[in-house]
Design a protein around this ligand. Structure first.
Ligand code: PGA
Length: 251
């Protein structure tokens, strides 16, 4: 089992100067931690600056999005090859905000996952049901579809690493936290789907399943019983190093 992973998704928050200050705070407070993977995912336009800033620490860099081609006539998109050149190691793929506001489909998400792996970047594949889906009793079907489609033709081999982030959309930024028992049930479902796709050793060694959605120091203890939990994807509570540190300490 790879070590725990904590991902700070700073989304489109903060100015460039504020991002630099936050990255410096992270470096000071968390930059020496080696037994957990701590990833910052700042705005795309700040990635080069951030890479220079955290380069001499153990913090790692992630992007919030990527395109599925390395280069070409794709105005406004970001190349996985260039992300790699910058020094990114991770990419958030299929975040629900992109599925909702940018109409990202499962097919697009799948191409992005493949492009990441082809460029030696670790995809953080986000899946999660909406409130309506849950009310209609369709949660498991939707998660299964997102997972199967997202991983279509993805042959995890050798050292290729994958992170699956379960983020119920109704829990993101809402202050509502999913019931840990339900998260545990969903994690088992995710793992079973993965075991049907890949050899057990690959699932055990190359895949981490994490939770995201309004995680902070006040609600994190509820997750301690979830055996399969390998980390968290954190939005709001990652915008202050003190709050994020509490989450890091927990794992
Ligand atoms: P949140 O965001 O922690 O603010 O709910 C999580 C996410 O969107 O990844």
């Amino acid at each position: 089992m790879p070590q725990p992973i904590l991902i700070a998704n700073w989304k489109m928050n903060l100015s460039l100067k504020e991002l630099e200050n936050l990255a410096n705070d992270f470096k000071k407070e968390l930059g020496g931690i080696q037994d957990k993977d701590i990833i910052i995912c700042p705005s795309t336009v700040s990635l080069i600056t951030m890479a220079g800033l955290i380069g001499d620490s153990y913090l790692q860099l992630g992007a919030q999005n990527v395109f599925w081609q390395d280069s070409g006539a794709y105005t406004g998109e970001t190349s996985p090859m260039i992300l790699k050149e910058i020094g990114c190691r991770y990419v958030i793929v299929g975040h629900s905000e992109r599925r909702q506001y940018l109409n990202e489909t499962d097919e697009m998400v799948n191409k992005k996952v493949q492009a990441c792996l082809a460029n030696n970047l670790m995809p953080i594949l986000c899946i999660g049901e909406t409130r309506e889906t849950r009310q209609e009793g369709q949660t498991d079907n939707v998660l299964h579809r997102q997972l199967i489609s997202g991983l279509d033709s993805v042959n995890l081999i050798d050292q290729e690493q994958l992170i699956i982030a379960y983020e119920p959309t109704w829990a993101i930024g809402s202050g509502l936290i999913a019931d840990p028992e339900e998260v545990e049930r969903v994690f088992a479902l995710i793992r079973q789907t993965l075991v049907n796709l890949y050899p057990l050793t690959i699932v055990n060694n190359n895949v981490r399943i994490i939770y995201g959605g309004s995680v902070d120091a006040s609600n994190i203890a509820g997750f301690s019983e979830i055996e399969l939990l390998a980390g968290f994807l954190v939005g709001g509570a990652s915008l202050e190093v003190g709050k994020f540190k509490e989450i890091v300490k927990f794992l």
